[in-house]
Design a protein around this ligand. Structure first.
Ligand SMILES: *Cc1c(COP(=O)(O)O)cnc(C)c1O
Length: 423
């Protein structure tokens, strides 16, 4: 047996930021003390800064789904008409939560790998003038696709509906201007771009959303936004908080602030672009090629090969945990994560490992071709870096050669169009 380091390379949980992990060792602290209240208040203020919003930002001891649940149970009433945009496994979750709480959901479904277009939302809003809410994923982690959040937000903002965005893998991987775009509720989770273990859910609430909450009649107890806001304003959490995770969060947020959120986004975008280059060089096919996001790159397994073989081989040969497809995509795609604590060296090693795995499983691959594509991209992207504007949200147009398919392909075109929208 030889040394095999454990490598967590999934789009949640993501690799942990070591100082955050070390901070958890100070967990022998009581939550109703000034010491901890300082940690808590700082974490909430830093979250607000990193999210870039003046809306309220609250957190729950829960995985991300807890905040999704809270958004529905606190801001809606039984029988409310809502629009649910679903483009994969997590969109289906919105539909399930809406159903569980008795909302009347108009589900706009896109095939896995596709996205729900602003045009469809516009039509649905026109057809449903009583719509109280629109639900979406900024980044659909199960397929790697990214929604045009900005365009859809501008449509919803003109109505009485609130826009509820699961940005659990959107935060830190794509520009999301919560206040300017009018994103009423934005949800995040600790185990994604925040580089710490699972167990904290974040949620922002706009004035428009609070207004919805005033007339909402759905039952809730633990996930109580109003109660949580009152507590947070006093520097407390309503219930016993996940102290160890909040200590970790404090450390991670310090790091994210030091790097800067736009650069965090740029980091994910660069790694995603490099990965797409490598995937093309290896003769593999991108999944969700029309609207690829930067949280995760989904790749089709070569013809005749189950993607589970690739996932298993990553684990057996390299101690690396990468993600298979979820639901109906299982066995068909594998997913390479970019969000959070990932860097170029990670991509180089991952692509080199992938080449070995493909070759060992009989796929015709020229060793080094994917790695070379990453190396070339690294050099050209770093050369361009000075021209990348640093004041805005990310640098969506800074890597015009990012989309892999030839410039004339519709995939490349739609990516370009979207990147223009994003800036
Ligand atoms: C990870 C994730 C979630 C939350 O899942 P949990 O298991 O509850 O943390 C929700 N939406 C998206 C898009 C995700 O990637």
């Amino acid at each position: 047996m030889h040394i095999k380091k454990q490598r967590l390379l999934t789009p949640g949980p993501t690799p942990l930021y070591p100082p955050a992990l070390h901070a958890m060792m100070a967990s022998d602290i009581h939550h109703r003390t000034a010491d901890f209240q300082n940690v808590y208040k700082t974490a909430l203020a830093d979250l607000k800064e990193v999210f870039g919003t003046s809306n309220d930002v609250l957190m729950f001891a829960a995985s991300g789904t807890g905040a999704m649940d809270a958004a529905v149970s606190n801001l809606f009433s039984r029988g409310d008409e809502v629009i649910v945009c679903t483009a994969g496994k997590f969109g289906e979750r919105w539909a399930e939560i809406a159903k569980a709480y008795g909302l009347k959901a108009n589900v706009l479904k896109a095939e896995y790998g596709d996205v729900v277009t602003p045009q469809r939302v516009q039509q649905a809003l026109a057809d449903g003038p009583k719509t109280r809410g629109v639900f979406i994923q900024a980044s659909e982690t199960s397929t790697g696709a990214e929604h045009d959040v900005k365009a859809i937000a501008s449509l919803v903002a003109k109505t009485d509906a609130i826009f509820v965005v699961d940005a659990i893998t959107g935060l830190g991987t794509m520009p999301l201007d919560i206040d300017d775009w009018g994103l009423d509720v934005v949800i995040g989770g600790s185990q994604k771009a925040f580089m710490i273990p699972p167990g904290l859910a974040f949620i922002t609430v706009s004035a428009k959303a609070w207004k919805h909450g005033e007339t909402a009649d759905l039952p809730h107890y633990y996930f109580d936004l109003k109660k949580e806001k009152k507590s947070a304003d006093a520097g407390d959490s309503s219930w016993t908080p996940a102290t160890s995770l909040i200590l970790a969060l404090g450390e991670a947020l310090k790091y994210i602030k030091k790097i800067g959120m736009p650069q965090m986004i740029e980091n994910a975008q660069l790694l995603a672009c490099a990965t797409r280059r490598a995937v093309e060089a290896l003769g593999l096919e991108l999944f969700a090629a029309g609207s690829p996001g930067s949280a995760v790159t989904a790749v089709r397994a070569p013809k005749g090969m189950d993607s589970g073989v690739i996932v298993k081989d990553f684990r057996n040969r390299f101690g690396a945990i990468i993600a298979n497809g979820q639901g109906s995509m299982q066995g068909k795609i594998f997913r390479i994560a970019h969000l959070g604590y990932f860097d170029f060296a990670d991509v180089l090693s991952l692509i080199a490992s992938l080449e070995i795995i493909l070759k060992a499983n009989g796929h015709d691959v020229k060793l080094g071709s994917g790695v070379a594509a990453v190396q070339e991209f690294y050099l050209s992207a770093m050369g361009q870096k000075k021209s990348c504007s640093r004041d805005g949200h990310g640098c969506g147009t800074a890597w015009p050669n990012c989309p892999l398919h030839s410039a004339s392909s519709t995939a490349a075109k739609s990516v370009k169009e979207r990147e223009t929208v994003n800036v």
